[in-house]
Design a protein around this ligand. Structure first.
Ligand code: SF4
Length: 1011
């Protein structure tokens, strides 16, 4: 049953708290931009075909969001795929999918732009179009429908999704996004018919409009291939767009403050493209040439991003970060600047060779978990086939270095199903892991734990790579190889084997090399329930089986070896590679011949890290004439300039030598790792997909080492962090802040709020102090957690700031914090605490709630009815209710906590109005105890008072209502005795006189019991 709406005027307001993570749909994050629709020429909805938590980490989205919103002529809003529970709600209620910023349906925008990251998200595109009120197929769209465009890595082989898209941007999206949006909106205003508009868009270049090209059946393969253009003046083939990255600095701000994204850090793209030439890696081929951002610009962006986002972790990302020419001096420069800010630095995609001991030392200082590397193949022969320039010796040396520094775990990523693979290569995967474990055991010393996890995924041949013609292993063959791996690993106790479900990879393989007829399969599968196919627990194979059979598509033709001479379904897309380059690389692969990295000095696998060496080395840079025509002279000069700008002049400049002062470098792993494992990061930049490995940040047990209660109720998920010299005792100055949590913030989980507070303080330049210990964290304690959907007008947090603030400065800080917070988080006061002031957990004795009901939901004389129910509840000896936490049920006697219950008067109704609850409401005012041993939820109180008499405790359902925490307070007498006077938690005089009840030595209830 629906609750009272939390968000005024939002179409989902009445049922948001009935879905998982409702804040995914509420918007209002810091940095989100709501522009006036009438003030712009073109309105773009950036649509991400996966759930909010995934999409919020997508770098390409951030780039386009900022670009389009910075331009006064355009606006951009965001929309993510609704999770299945939300989709069901929308369908049931006949409501459209709307954008986060202005809650408008997708059909209202001029442009709906999808990000194509991964073939298994295609069904989500159909969901979003359907729910957004846009006809699924381009051919069915009318004059007033938006143009549906897409970009990203799978846009380079788009035929299976092409019939659903009006236009596809090939290559970098920075210039094209604005150009297409403005042109489309202008032509529409001028009354140009839709087809002519599409022709005009196609003529812009780097834009493929599928409906304007004819297809034919290729006799060699049976593929439907794009044959010729159907309009004059449109390109064939369609060349990609390539931008100068330094003209488009990476955005220093993007929406933040909503539910936690999968990669919850400020990721900064430092380069696009890659020189390593791994033959399975599509991103390494389609984003050539490598383009490095100006390091001075990077440093500036990092510093501004930290200030604007308030985040405490920055990540420098590229397809292979370690191969960016100035990476060592750049890390040093960035760490120098971040030291004072207590910001940790993550570096994704380090390689398994040349990992400097200094860097490992630094990593060890910030990480409790292991490191991750991707050798990709289990034998030297196979590594040569895939052109992975790493030897087993280098890998074992890295293992020694890792385990000798005290790590107990190391993770290695491999693939099976690579061209020419034999059973010996497959067994070699486990044996490589075992040798790494052996090297690690020797290095770690006797009795030290050593665990090497070998994670093995299935190779999917991708278009525009040298392996595009190679066969993909059948399901049966994958199963056989996985069994072989399991048999091989049995004797090795130090090796943990992880294999991946292969059906999803096969489906990915079909759609990667697919042609247009697959669109019918996709639509059929979607209509029968295919959703979130990249989520292992959501992939419904039966639905796909039925769709292939029904449409009559032979899957095998997409999975077998393809003739090198055949025309392929993606040959009309020109990603810049010379015809013949990929075939030559394929032939070299079949002969197990390496192609050392291009763009580097011949014979070198790493770049010079200082100007002296770089200048002195006159050797040529390696080039294979792949077709993208790098300007080698400019490349060399640019690198010298970058080293010069970073001050890396002298020889042997050490990396991270300033170990005592440097902030952490917190993630590692080479590029190219499969992303289906939780440890792999799949990020994208300007449409570029990249897979970079980032080990998970360490977490830490809750502490109560200083005699204070555990901060379990108030701790954010910890990030690996710089290990500053441990302060003696707790430094800084202690304050108590009061805040309100309403609107979208009431839909945000407690841990998300806890995570957000230090960021708010960083945004306003009021740094917190950190706890002592091995993993310092912001020193703060929150009042008890609220259930999702409960509004509060009286929340508290005790925290320590570095600065001593007088009352006026504190008032100014409070105002600044509200201005720098997500919508619905409002700070309303602060007091300075002395050492004698008890903590929140020792003070809080109870809470007052308003429980608001729509009068119609109560019926009759609502006030009289509720008054009678209150009397009955207060006269009852017990009010049992069943509570379930993590599927464990327990009975709670609400009566033990209920102190007062009565019909609310004008003061309560005024508070409801302040909380944004309006309408014909009737309210209860209830007061409950909060004890160290437990508490009751407002929903439980509402249930026992308003539930039907005689209902079983497990079945009591209150009428739809909304709870507002009106006040948290202390008592002058111990909790449980209603005789004590209530006092405000800002009333420090009285707080100091309170002797806590004996039971109050325990911590306040945890989130699950809270309120
Ligand atoms: S043109 Fe040469 S240096 Fe540039 S990406 Fe191609 S092979 Fe590498």
């Amino acid at each position: 049953m629906d609750s009272l709406p939390l968000l005024a005027d939002h179409p989902y307001a009445s049922f948001l708290d009935q879905v998982e993570k409702p804040a995914r749909y509420a918007g209002g994050e810091v940095g989100s931009v709501v522009k006036d629709w009438a003030s712009v020429e073109a309105r773009v909805c950036l649509a991400f075909p996966d759930v909010y938590d995934i999409g919020m980490s997508h770098l390409g989205f951030k780039i386009l969001y900022k670009l389009l919103n910075d331009d006064p002529r355009t606006l951009a809003e965001r929309c993510y795929t609704p999770w299945v529970d939300m989709e069901a709600q929308l369908v049931k209620r006949g409501l459209p999918l709307v954008s986060l910023e202005s809650a408008r349906p997708l059909r209202d925008f001029d442009v709906v732009g999808f990000s194509l990251q991964f073939e298994l998200t295609y069904s989500n595109i159909l969901t979003m179009l359907h729910l957004g009120g846009v006809p699924l197929r381009a051919a069915d769209r009318g004059e007033d429908d938006p143009i549906v465009i897409a970009g990203g890595p799978t846009a380079t082989h788009p035929e299976p999704i092409a019939p659903f898209l009006d236009a596809i941007v090939i290559g970098d999206g920075e210039e094209k996004a604005t150009e297409v949006a403005l042109a489309w909106a202008r032509l529409k205003r001028e009354g140009v018919p839709r087809r002519e508009r599409l022709v005009a868009i196609a003529r812009l270049g780097a834009v493929y409009v599928p409906s304007l090209y004819a297809t034919r059946l290729d006799p060699d393969t049976g593929f439907e291939v794009v044959n010729r253009p159907l309009a004059s003046g449109i390109p064939f083939p369609i060349e990609r767009a390539l931008v100068d990255l330094n003209k488009y600095p990476f955005p220093d701000e993007s929406p933040t403050g909503g539910p936690e994204a999968i990669f919850d850090r400020m990721s900064i793209e430092i380069a696009r493209g890659c020189t390593e030439g791994c033959r399975f890696c599509q991103a390494g081929m389609i984003y050539r040439p490598v383009r490095e951002r100006d390091p001075e610009q990077i440093v500036d962006t990092v510093m501004r991003a930290v200030q604007r986002s308030g985040q405490d972790e920055v990540s420098l990302t590229a397809l292979s970060t370690a191969d960016v020419s100035c990476i060592s001096p750049l890390i040093k420069k960035v760490t120098e600047r971040l030291t004072a800010e207590r910001i940790s630095l993550g570096v994704s995609s380090l390689r398994a060779y040349g990992l400097e001991p200094d860097l490992l030392d630094e990593l060890k200082r910030v990480r409790a978990t292991g490191l991750t590397f991707a050798p990709e193949a289990g034998s030297q022969r196979m590594r040569d086939v895939v052109n992975k320039n790493v030897t087993e010796e280098q890998l074992l040396e890295t293992a020694e270095r890792v385990f000798s520094r005290g790590w107990g775990k190391m993770k290695l990523y491999f693939m099976i199903g690579l061209p020419t693979e034999t059973d010996e290569d497959v067994r070699g995967i486990v044996e490589t892991g075992a040798r790494a474990a052996g090297a690690g055991r020797r290095a770690a010393g006797k009795g030290k734990p050593v665990d090497v996890t070998v994670s093995v995924s299935t190779h999917v041949p991708k278009p525009h790579t040298p392996f595009q013609w190679a066969a993909m292993d059948t399901l049966g063959e994958v199963g056989r190889k996985q069994r072989l791996l399991k048999d091989t690993v049995r004797p090795y106790r130090a090796v943990t084997l992880k294999t991946h479900e292969a059906h999803a990879s096969v489906l990915e393989g079909i759609f990667a090399r697919g042609d247009r007829p697959l669109a019918d399969v996709l639509e059929r599968a979607w209509r029968h329930g295919a959703r979130f196919d990249s989520w292992e627990d959501k992939l419904d194979l039966a639905v796909w089986e039925e769709a292939f059979t029904h449409v009559g598509v032979d899957r095998e033709k997409y999975l077998g070896t393809l003739p090198v001479t055949a025309r392929l379904p993606w040959d009309h897309i020109d990603v810049g590679l010379e015809e013949g380059f990929l075939a030559k690389e394929y032939r070299k692969a079949l002969q197990s011949r390496l192609s050392p990295p291009c763009g580097k000095v011949a014979g070198m696998f790493v770049h010079h890290t200082n100007l002296d060496d770089a200048k002195a080395d006159a050797r040529r840079l390696v080039c294979y004439d792949c077709g993208v025509a790098c300007d080698m002279t400019q490349m060399r000069e640019e690198r010298l300039t970058f080293l010069d700008r970073l001050g890396a002049h002298r020889r042997s400049l050490p990396v991270l030598t300033d170990a005592g002062a440097a902030p952490p470098v917190a993630a590692a792993g080479p590029s190219g790792a499969p992303a289906s494992d939780g440890g792999a990061e799949r990020a994208s930049v300007g449409g570029a997909e990249r897979e970079s490995v980032a080990a998970t940040a360490a977490t830490e047990p809750k502490s109560g080492d200083d005699g204070e209660p555990s901060r379990a109720e108030g701790e954010a998920p910890h990030r690996a962090r710089r290990i500053a010299p441990a302060p003696k005792g707790r430094g800084g100055f202690r304050y108590r802040f009061r805040f309100e949590k309403a609107g979208p913030m009431a839909l945000l989980g407690h841990l998300d709020v806890v995570r957000e507070l230090p960021r708010v303080l960083r945004r306003v330049g009021a740094p917190m102090t950190y706890t002592a210990g091995f993993h310092p964290k912001p020193d703060m304690t929150f009042s008890p957690a609220l259930s999702l959907g409960v509004i509060s007008l009286d929340e508290y947090v005790d925290l320590r700031l570095e600065r001593d603030l007088d009352p006026a400065a504190l008032d100014a800080l409070v105002a600044a914090m509200s201005a720098a917070s997500p919508r619905g988080l409002v700070f309303s006061g602060a007091v300075k605490l002395g050492p004698e002031d008890p903590s929140l957990s020792k003070l809080i004795a109870g809470a007052r709630y308003a429980l608001a009901f729509a009068r119609s939901a109560i019926g009759g004389d609502a006030e009289a009815l509720l008054a009678a129910r209150c009397s009955a509840a207060l006269s009852a000896a017990s009010l049992p209710i069943r509570r379930e936490i993590d599927r464990l049920a327990k009975m709670v006697d609400v009566r033990q906590y209920l102190v007062r219950a009565e019909v609310g008067g004008p003061e309560v109704h005024a508070a409801l109005a302040r909380a944004g609850l309006v309408g014909d409401l009737v309210a209860l005012e209830v007061e409950v105890d909060i004890r160290g041993s437990g508490a009751v939820k407002s929903s439980e109180v509402a249930a026992v008072i308003t539930g039907e008499p005689g209902e079983a405790p497990g079945a009591i359902t209150p009428p739809p209502h909304r709870a507002v925490r009106l006040q948290l307070f202390g008592r002058t007498s111990p909790a449980g005795s209603a005789a004590g006077e209530r006092f405000s938690l800002f009333d420090l005089e009285r707080a100091r006189r309170v002797k806590p009840a004996p039971e109050r030595t325990a911590a306040l209830p945890l989130a699950a019991d809270a309120e």
